[in-house]
Design a protein around this ligand. Structure first.
Ligand code: NAG
Ligand code: NAG
Ligand code: NAG
Ligand code: NAG
Length: 305
């Protein structure tokens, strides 16, 4: 009886002294109780974290594609991390994206690194017959377009020409004058952006050449952040500047002539290659480049660089 009376008294006191602190404590206790038993769900069951390399690739090819994709992830995650760290205060950011907000390029890069990769396939056979379509303008690979939107074909010439990311700033490469597909990593970044599951048909070719991309940043920043070549140039430049040659990089200074004859400096030089087809094709590379970026066809002519 005495105990009961004591509790009633306490209850009375608590309702009289309703201090803000007391109310806050009651609210937080209530929240805790409500959230106590969330049903566990395997929400990402079936998630695919790796790209698929088709059985048409032999071991040698598959290993090189795998390495190239790993390097692409390294290149792209650094591009994302650079923006996350420096935002639009980065001079390199402003150079390529102007005053555009950072969310979109971060999003594309992050999507490539951590987006679901189910069905995204790289193959080495030549199902559409495009690898050898034009002998004088051999292709490095192509997105299969409507024939298989998730699929990319890597043609034999890629293995002879694409460079490892470790070679960043080597072979006379610089960002301004080099081809965006000089490295496996940036070449595969480009190919991935074509896959609608990745680029959503929004990442497109709004500008191609380096000088056009720089101009686009100032005139149409909203397109720069979804321009395939801009995303590649930016990723290459920040990787070179932050990682490969810290504080130096190899941004280069664009010269008009370099874009007209990219093959002269950026293909492995004819004298150093063993393959006759590359040698004979080299003079034609500039015209292949001319087609590159200027066609809306999903079949991209990719002879250069
Ligand atoms: C695998 O592919 C590479 C590059 O296309 C080629 O050089 C090599 O001969 C192939 N290996 C075999 C065992 O067929
Ligand atoms: C950077 O972003 C801030 C915040 O949105 C904005 O106020 C500023 O104008 C931007 N600077 C540039 C150079 O775009
Ligand atoms: C960028 O600058 C242009 C004018 O130079 C302005 O119209 C536009 O709103 C700006 N965009 C952002 C995201 O600040
Ligand atoms: C799709 O397949 C057809 C027939 O094989 C071929 O002619 C066409 O070039 C292919 N398209 C692409 C984008 O490769």
């Amino acid at each position: 009886m005495a105990l009961l009376r004591f509790s009633l008294l306490l209850l009375g006191v608590s309702s009289v002294i309703a201090s803000p602190a007391r109310i806050a404590r009651q609210e937080s206790m209530t929240t805790t109780v409500a959230a106590a038993t969330p049903a566990p769900t395997a929400w990402d069951e079936g998630a695919v974290k790796d790209f698929t390399i088709h059985s048409s690739c032999n071991n040698t090819e598959a290993r090189q594609i795998k390495r190239g994709l790993d390097e692409a992830m390294e290149l792209v995650s650094h591009a994302r991390d650079h923006i996350l760290r420096w935002g639009n205060s980065s001079e390199i950011y402003q150079k390529y994206f102007g005053n555009a907000s950072t969310g979109e390029p971060i999003g594309w890069f992050e999507k490539i690194v951590n987006g679901d990769k189910a069905g995204v396939l790289f193959r080495c056979d030549n199902p559409d017959g495009n690898c050898a379509l034009e002998a004088d303008c051999p292709r490095m690979g192509h997105w299969r377009g409507d024939n298989a939107t998730l699929e990319t074909v890597i043609c034999p010439l890629s293995y002879e020409t694409r460079k490892s990311l470790d070679a960043m700033c080597g072979f006379g490469y610089d960002v301004a004058n080099g081809a965006t597909n000089f490295y496996w990593a940036s070449d595969l970044l480009h190919r991935l952006l074509h896959v609608p599951k990745v680029g959503e048909g929004v990442v497109e070719h709004y500008a191609g050449e380096y000088d056009e991309c720089i101009e686009l940043a100032q005139t149409h920043p909203e397109e720069a952040v979804r321009n395939s070549d801009t995303l590649q140039y930016f990723a290459l430049e920040v990787y070179a500047y932050d990682i490969a040659l810290p504080g130096t990089g190899c941004a280069g200074t664009w010269t008009a002539t370099s874009s007209e004859v990219p093959s002269a400096t950026l293909m492995p030089s004819a004298t150093e290659t063993e393959t006759p087809s590359i040698t004979s094709a080299a003079p034609q590379m500039a015209s292949c480049t001319a087609l590159e970026g200027k066609t809306d066809s999903p079949v991209r002519i990719e002879g250069s660089g």
